[in-house]
Design a protein around this ligand. Structure first.
Ligand SMILES: Cc1cc2nc3c(=O)[nH]c(=O)nc-3n(C[C@H](O)[C@H](O)[C@H](O)COP(=O)(O)OP(=O)(O)OC[C@H]3O[C@@H](n4cnc5c(N)ncnc54)[C@H](O)[C@@H]3O)c2cc1C
Length: 276
């Protein structure tokens, strides 16, 4: 098994924090042993921020299975969104085009976050999820009916109940995949900051019936910064790192924003971003 100390920008898209040791297991057996140590699992790090903790992380990069069977597609947790989009174009089917443009995201992270955009979410296309159960270390499968019950807006039982090894999706034919991907990327760019900026996507979840971005904007926090971290002036719910930012800057920005929104609107903003 490889072990590397990586820079924050190699682990997460926002690049905040300090270097961290990352384990790269090469088999389910190795992954299982590491999980017994209670170490957290990270995918592409596109919804994650590193704190000052020294706890090593586990990468799922070795979980690369891609299998078509009976109109269903099984993908290993470490398969990247960009690979899925290429496969969709080659085999002409609809799946994750609504997420096109998100950098570095993996199947494990997409499932664990029930990622969604433009009125669609991963839950709708999932058939089953195979995972290593946290307590027993057994390989278990969550079926469609359970997914239906347990998954909600940016909410799933993962990683709390275990680590996703693979997910099986129901695929539908789509003739012009390339065009569809291009349309979603255009739509994304019309609403969100440009892809070259260092961000972890939405900072807070939208409160029921409201929009975190709108609340932050109404609180005057668009463009507000602490050190090198700031809320985008294109979409206030996107936190941007414009240099070498430390975790204390990020957490102070979050604390000030939550306090202000609570004081002005009596709403508690819940983090969408995961902190490791
Ligand atoms: C520019 C930008 C735009 C974005 N736009 C959107 C959007 O439109 N919609 C949206 O929903 N999200 C969006 N995101 C957030 C993010 O891309 C998604 O949440 C994505 O699903 C995270 O995937 P990841 O592999 O990077 O997960 P990570 O950030 O690595 O991990 C996220 C969470 O998933 C858990 N996890 C990862 N792998 C596993 C596994 N195998 N088993 C169990 N748990 C696991 C981690 O422990 C962590 O809790 C955006 C991010 C960026 C940077």
């Amino acid at each position: 098994m490889k072990v590397k100390v990586l820079r924050p920008e190699e682990i997460t898209t926002i690049g905040v924090g300090a270097p961290r040791k990352v384990y790269f297991p090469e088999s389910v057996g190795e992954l299982r042993s590491l999980l017994k140590e209670n170490l957290p699992v990270i995918g592409g790090g596109s919804n994650s921020v590193l704190s000052d903790s020294k706890t090593p992380l586990i990468s799922t990069a070795f979980l690369k299975e891609v299998k078509f069977e009976n109109g269903k597609l099984t993908l290993g947790a470490g398969v990247k969104l960009s690979q899925v989009l290429k496969l969709q174009q080659r085999e002409k089917f609809s799946l994750l085009e609504f997420l096109a443009g998100i950098p570095r995201a993996t199947v494990g992270g997409i499932v664990a976050q029930n990622a969604g955009a433009f009125g669609r979410e991963v839950k709708e296309i999932l058939d089953s999820v195979t995972y290593i159960e946290k307590e027993s270390g057994e390989l278990l499968t969550l079926k469609r009916e359970e997914i239906e019950q347990l998954f909600g807006y940016r909410k799933t039982p993962f990683p709390e109940i275990g680590t996703v090894v693979s997910a099986t999706f129901r695929v539908k034919p789509l003739r012009n995949v390339k065009q569809s991907i291009e349309n979603f990327v255009k739509l994304r760019l019309s609403k969100q900051p440009p892809f070259y900026l260092k961000t972890a996507g939405s900072t807070f979840k939208n409160p029921p019936g409201n929009s975190a971005g709108r609340l932050l904007d109404a609180a005057g926090l668009k463009g507000f910064r602490v050190g090198n971290v700031f809320f985008s002036d294109i979409h206030a719910n996107f936190t941007i790192n414009r240099g070498k930012s430390c975790f204390s800057e990020f957490s102070e920005l979050i604390r000030l924003a939550r306090d202000k929104v609570k004081k002005l609107f009596n709403i508690e903003l819940e983090l969408e971003i995961k902190i490791f």
